[in-house]
Design a binder for this molecule. Structure first.
Ligand SMILES: [Zn+2]
Length: 183
């Protein structure tokens, strides 16, 4: 009768699977550890198609999803390092150039400390600086994407898209700069 009551009692019924609940965390921890190690492991092959981006745990030459060639983990790392270095050079180079030229370009006709002066208009000076900033942005996204690629073994499609968008903005600004600087 007590047993029957225990079986019916919702409170006790809820408490009966407790040993299972206590047993679960160890199971979950093991599962979580496996999931984490899988997430930490760099893929052996990565599809570089922007539309696909499939990653494989085993080496592969062709993407099983889209059929395009896959990059090996080594290629992903090398390309990431190249992207990181070029991006840093672009970003730092543009920042240094802009830093040096900005005072003159924002004050046309006023000689700088070395006696040279910007002969264009203020609009031209501003446009040139905008162009430098856009190129620097391409460099920043390239460096971030390269660093991500080196660290994770995967390509960040978000950073790649941002870099491509920045390249489009650069192209538009090159066109605008040519409009402002008639040869
Ligand atoms: Zn693919």
């Amino acid at each position: 009768m007590v047993c029957a009551e225990l079986g019916i009692d919702p409170v006790n019924r809820a408490s009966t699977p407790r040993p299972k609940v206590l047993a679960r965390p160890a199971h979950w921890q093991a599962g979580a550890a496996v999931a984490q190690s899988q997430a930490m492991t760099k893929p052996a092959a990565v599809c570089f198609s922007l539309a696909c981006g499939h990653t494989a745990e085993a080496p592969a030459t062709a993407c099983p999803r889209c059929g395009k060639p896959m990059r090996s983990a080594r290629q992903v790392a090398v390309l990431g390092a190249i992207s990181l270095v070029i991006g840093l050079l672009l970003a730092v180079g543009m920042a240094v150039i802009a830093w040096r030229l900005a005072p003159g370009m924002l004050n046309p006709g006023v000689p700088d400390a070395e006696g040279s002066r910007f002969t264009g208009t203020a609009a031209q000076g501003r446009q040139a600086l905008v162009l430098f900033a856009c190129v620097a942005a391409v460099g920043v996204f390239s460096a971030l994407g390269g660093g991500w690629q080196l660290a994770t073994g995967r390509r960040s499609r978000a950073l790649l898209v941002l870099m491509l968008l920045a390249l489009v903005v650069v192209a538009l600004n090159v066109w605008r700069t040519f409009q402002l600087f008639p040869s």
